[in-house]
Design a protein around this ligand. Structure first.
Ligand code: HEC
Length: 104
């Protein structure tokens, strides 16, 4: 019985965690526009100085932003993008990814 209660509590935590990880697209949109992402990637992620972001999955965006933040080389112009990601929190990245995934 005790085990079952622990299992249920764990399951509850897991589902809460999953929804927290999904990111808030509205908050992501506000951040995207206020932290100059739009200046290089376009208001609709269509690309500009930086590559096109529209059409990419939230997971793909998240993975790349975490790499830039960690100082890993992603593409030939990583040195331009890395400082942009350096100041983002994990929650910022989740929110930005949720928003960018809505861009077509
Ligand atoms: C000064 C211009 C500039 C700004 C501002 C900027 N980026 Fe970038 N971004 C780039 C460039 C250039 C690249 C390509 C870097 C490379 O070669 O790895 C890039 C790459 C990316 C990538 C990977 C794209 C891919 O398909 O490989 C993502 C995701 C991204 N930026 C998101 C953002 C977000 C979110 C913001 C705002 C917090 C932002 N960028 C702000 C210039 C910029």
């Amino acid at each position: 019985m005790k085990k079952m209660i622990i299992a249920m509590a764990a399951a509850g935590l897991v589902s809460f965690g999953a929804s927290a990880f999904a990111g808030d697209a509205e908050a992501g949109k506000a951040l995207y526009n206020s932290s100059s992402c739009a200046g290089c990637h376009g208001a609709n992620g269509e690309g500009g100085v930086g590559p096109k972001l529209a059409g990419q999955s939230a997971d793909a965006i998240k993975t790349k932003l975490h790499k830039y933040k960690a100082g890993e080389q992603v593409g030939p112009m990583t040195s331009m993008m890395a400082p942009m990601a350096a100041g983002l929190s994990d929650a910022d990245i989740d929110n930005l990814a949720a928003f960018i995934a809505t861009l077509k």
